[in-house]
Design a protein. Structure first.
Length: 425
């Protein structure tokens, strides 16, 4: 029922991932370097088990329930430590959080958005306007590996965790997401990740031509990297994110690639020839003690220029305006799309828009109608307030699930139906 973020893509290949281990051996250099990196990461984690936690989160000693409760009330990350200031195990941390009355698992999804007035305008991620593929695993069978994806190696299964379903692994694992088409020049990829250490997404198969391919990486340590096999590498660290479910976003326009964690841009490079294929390859690092979870994978094609579409067709559809589940509170990740709309209205003073809200058919017709009304109104209010747009130029209307653009019988179809449309008046 929520207007979703349009997914970002990563590239893939026509060769079957079932033969991935053999192909990886054929590729040599790049994959062997990656696996060595993974092995080194595992060793590094073991060596750092007694290291002090970073200052990015508030350190609360085991048993100090007041400290944990205070941090959670303020929305601040918590690092549970022992009396010597060293991080405790994941199990002990979860137990301590539970004893304090806090969450025993990382929060689901990106942080819930504030009201429209609190949207962060520093995020320049703009989701693609046409969904290519989406996997939220809601209908997948717990304990199975998804039949519409391809396993390369590792121990992976669908697990129900914190009220949602994720693809879970307890070892280094590889899998591929087949796409119905080759990725376009402009695309976006988004996914949620927690546990383990790193999530890597590759855009090309191991046997791609030399100089094509590479990884984007998001990690719980706060590292985000773009590492092409040729061209310029880019990345940074945004702070310790252990104990959180992070949202990783990638935006590609030809060889210009940007990466974000939780809406913050952490890297960009203008020359990363990652390739365009019809699969996306994922690699996760995890262990029995620190399983990794990945879900809510969305890939979308970059869209047309917004004003051109309104001028020629009279309407423009966006999946880049996001809301908290079951709410009209705008998610901070919507800021780039809202800024794009606001600036367009400022630049074209004669333009008048009707903001239309649409949902899928999950839930009652009455609740969908009310929610779509409220969300369309919230977008209108945000544009008028934050970009000083005269109220006479904006109106809003909700349509609930009455105007689907795709069948609601599939996850991809429901995702396309959850949308905001701009209609020229």
């Amino acid at each position: 029922m929520r207007v979703i973020r349009v997914v970002a893509a990563l590239a893939v290949v026509s060769a079957s991932l079932v033969v991935l281990p053999c192909a990886a051996r054929a590729q040599g250099g790049f994959m062997s370097q990656l696996k060595k990196r993974v092995k080194d990461k595992v060793q590094q984690k073991a060596e750092q088990a007694t290291d002090s936690v970073t200052d990015a989160a508030l350190k609360c000693v085991v048993g100090d329930n007041a400290c944990i409760q205070k941090a959670q009330s303020a929305g601040q990350p918590v690092a549970v430590v022992n009396a010597q200031g060293q991080r405790v195990s994941s199990a002990d941390s979860a137990k301590a959080m539970g004893s304090a009355g806090g969450a025993t698992a990382p929060p689901v999804g990106p942080p819930a958005g504030p009201t429209a007035a609190g949207v962060d305008t520093h995020n320049d991620f703009t989701a693609g306007t046409r969904v290519i593929a989406e996997r939220d695993f809601a209908s997948a069978t717990v304990g199975d590996f998804p039949r519409d994806m391809e396993l390369g190696q590792g121990n992976m299964e669908i697990a129900s965790w914190n009220g949602r379903k994720f693809l879970r692994t307890t070892s280094y694992s590889e899998f591929a997401l087949p796409l119905p088409e080759v990725l376009p020049e402009r695309f976006t990829l988004e996914f949620d990740f927690s546990g383990g250490w790193d999530a890597h997404a590759s855009f090309a198969p191991p046997n791609a031509p030399e100089g094509i391919g590479g990884d984007v990486t998001c990690s719980l340590s706060g590292d985000a990297e773009i590492t092409p096999s040729a061209g310029a590498k880019s990345g940074s660290n945004i702070g310790d994110l252990h104990g959180q479910l992070i949202h990783c976003q990638v935006m590609a326009d030809s060889n210009y690639v940007k990466i974000y964690i939780n809406g913050k841009r952490a890297g960009q490079t203008p020359n990363a020839p990652l390739g365009r294929f019809n699969k996306i390859f994922f690699k996760l690092t995890a262990s029995d003690n620190e399983p990794a979870y990945i879900g809510n994978i969305r890939v979308a094609a970059g869209g047309r220029d917004m004003y051109d579409a309104l001028s020629t067709e009279g309407r423009f559809t966006t999946h880049g305006i996001l809301f908290a589940t079951g709410s009209a509170a705008i998610d901070p990740a919507s800021s780039a799309t809202l800024t794009q709309i606001g600036q367009m209205l400022q630049q074209h003073s004669d333009l008048k828009l009707e903001i239309d809200g649409h949902t899928d058919n999950v839930g009652s017709a009455a609740s969908n109608q009310a929610l779509s009304d409220q969300r369309a109104a919230a977008v209108t209010q945000y544009l008028a307030s934050n970009f000083k747009i005269d109220a006479s130029r904006l109106t809003s209307k909700g349509y609930g699930a009455s105007k689907p653009v795709a069948p609601n019988t599939t996850a991809d179809g429901r995702q396309q139906n959850r949308r905001v449309e701009l209609v020229k008046m």
